[in-house]
Structure formats: C-alpha cells, structure tokens
Design a protein around this ligand. Structure first.
Ligand code: C2E
Ligand code: MG
Ligand code: MG
Ligand code: MG
Length: 283
C-alpha cells in the first residue's frame, strides 16, 4: 500500500514537472515576443536622502504589460529571462529606455544631480564582453556614466569573485558606481563586502519590514550600517513603508531610503510631476 501511494506521488510530481516545463516554455516564448513587440516598459522609483530631505536618485524597474497575461511582475519574468538567455536583450532594452529618460531629466534640470540605478543580473554580468557592450549602449544613448549606478546581487560575485571584480572595475574606470542590492539575503559574506568595488549597499527589505517591531532587525540594520560605513560605503534602506520606519533607519545612520513611504515606482511621465514637485519643495 505504502509503495502504491508513493508511486502515485511520484506520478503527480512528474505531471506537475511537465506543467512547469510547459509553462516555462510558454512564458519564454511570450517574453521573446514581448521584447520584439516593445511590450516592456520601465518604471522609476525615487530614492530619498532623509537627512537633507532631497531626492537622491531613481531606480529603474522593468514592467511587462502583456496583452495575453496582463501585467507580469519582474519577480516572475526576470528569472525566465535569466534561464532562457533573453536577459541580455531585456537588459539592453531596459537600459536604453532608462538612460533616455535620465538624459531627458538631466536636460530639464541641469542644476540638479539625479542618479539612475539600473539592475544587472548575474547572467548579464558574467557574459563575455558585457562591460564593453554595456558601456557602448549607455554612451550611444547619450548617458552620463558618472550619474549611473549598477545594482548587482551577491549571486554573480559568489560564482567568480575575481572575474566579477574585474568586470566592475571596467565600469568604475569610466565613472559608473556600483551598488550591492538586497544585502543580507542569500550568502552575504564579509569578504565579498570587502573585496567588491562598491559605493552603495542596499539593505534588504526583509530587515526593514519589521524594524519597528523586532529589536533583532534593528540591531542587524545597525550593525550593517556601521560595518558599511567603516568600509566607506553609503547605505540605503529598501522597502521603507512607514514614517516610523523612516525615523528608525535615519536614527540608525542609514544614508538613503527607498520605499512606498516616499513613492511607489512610477511611469516616466508621472516621475516628471514627482520631480517638479520635489525640486520645487527642495531646490
Ligand atoms: P529590487 O532590485 O530589489 O527592487 C526593489 C523591489 O522592491 C521592486 O519590486 C519594488 O517595486 C519593490 N519595493 C520598493 N519599495 C517597496 C516597499 O516599500 N514595499 C514593498 N513591499 N516593495 C517595495 P519589483 O519592481 O517587483 O522588482 C522585483 C525585482 O525584480 C527587483 O528587486 C529586481 O531584482 C528585479 N528587476 C526588476 N527590474 C529589473 C531589470 O530591469 N533588470 C533586472 N536584471 N532585474 C530587474
Ligand atoms: Mg535593485
Ligand atoms: Mg533590492
Ligand atoms: Mg529585492
């Protein structure tokens, strides 16, 4: 009996595997078309300096408005893009669109500095010639590398730290800055934090989420901030949703914040209005 039920389990398991594989293939096909049909857009989420009250920059976040599936979250389609190799094309599309808007804002507000953060997947970073190709794309769009921050995750660095470091240094040489995204999740190692040529560390939302209810989270954030500052890095708290959380991360010495409390990610046209108001209030 036990044997029979376990073989049934195996069958069910296999069926769902097939479904996953099919679903994956369908998603991949749709995403391929989406890139061709220009269904991808970019939203921008403001980042804020709570110590000066000024907007610091914006993070570009990919959005897919599919006529078949509706709005698909990047949490769903970025992994598909990674697994299928579509990430290189997707990354190029996102970068071109982000840089174009960034150039437009720089022209509208020549006296302001607004940083642009762009997410880079391990699958992009580890591709041969990535830095050369990417820098060429940014320059082609008229982008200013010294106001662009590349957000990387620990995953790429763990696979081959020395290689990753070499790639990042090519970017730094022409003015880009590097941020370590989602810090504290995954396999954060101190040697990584020390060895990578970073400028910013983004403290993962999971620590910020309960910073006002869990003393352990606030202690973790305090330690991360202290350690990062000792390396000379700037810290950013991700996913700040309330004023209380803002006050706490500010008191813990966090340099920058990003989260719904300040703004959700916005389409470029709405960011125009956001910037107009932010610069009017804090010139
Ligand atoms: P991420 O880079 O850590 O981006 C921050 C995510 O947190 C965004 O989710 C943003 O909408 C969300 N977020 C910001 N503030 C809050 C908040 O106060 N509360 C909550 N609950 N969430 C907040 P999103 O846009 O769904 O993106 C998810 C992830 O997908 C990103 O995480 C990033 O890893 C990846 N991603 C997005 N766009 C791109 C892209 O163009 N290229 C690559 N390679 N990855 C991307
Ligand atoms: Mg990011
Ligand atoms: Mg993040
Ligand atoms: Mg994240």
């Amino acid at each position: 009996r036990a044997k029979r039920s376990s073989s049934v389990n195996v069958m069910l398991y296999d069926c769902s595997m097939d479904l996953d594989v099919q679903l994956q293939a369908t998603l991949e096909q749709l995403l391929r078309q989406a890139i061709e049909n220009d269904e991808l857009t970019v939203y921008f989420q403001p980042q804020f300096d709570p110590h000066t009250g000024k907007i610091y920059g914006v993070e570009s976040l990919a959005r897919w408005h599919s006529p078949v599936l509706g709005v698909v979250s990047p949490a769903k389609f970025i992994p598909v893009a990674e697994d299928s190799g579509l990430i290189a094309r997707l990354g190029e599309v996102v970068t071109r669109k982000s840089v174009r808007e960034h150039v437009r804002w720089a022209t509208m507000y020549p006296d302001q500095v607004l940083k642009l953060s762009i997410n880079v997947s391990p699958g992009q970073l580890m591709r041969p010639n990535f830095a050369e190709d990417y820098i060429a794309i940014v320059l082609e769009e008229g982008g200013d590398p010294s106001n662009i921050i590349l957000e990387i995750t620990e995953t790429a660095a763990i696979t081959d730290l020395a290689y990753c470091e070499r790639v990042l240094n090519k970017f730094i040489k022409v003015g880009f800055e590097i941020a370590l995204d989602d810090f504290g999740t995954g396999y954060s190692s101190l040697s990584l934090l020390k060895q990578l040529p970073l400028k910013y560390v983004k403290i993962d939302r999971s620590f910020i989420m309960d910073i006002d209810t869990e003393s352990s989270s606030s202690e973790i954030v305090r330690s991360i901030v202290m350690m990062c500052h000792s390396f000379g890095y700037c810290t950013l708290a991700e996913g700040v949703e309330t004023h209380k959380q803002t006050e706490l991360v500010k008191a813990l010495g966090c340099n920058l914040i990003q989260g719904y409390v300040y703004s959700r990610p916005l389409p470029a046209a709405q960011l125009d209005d956001f910037l107009a108001q932010a610069y009017r209030e804090n010139p």
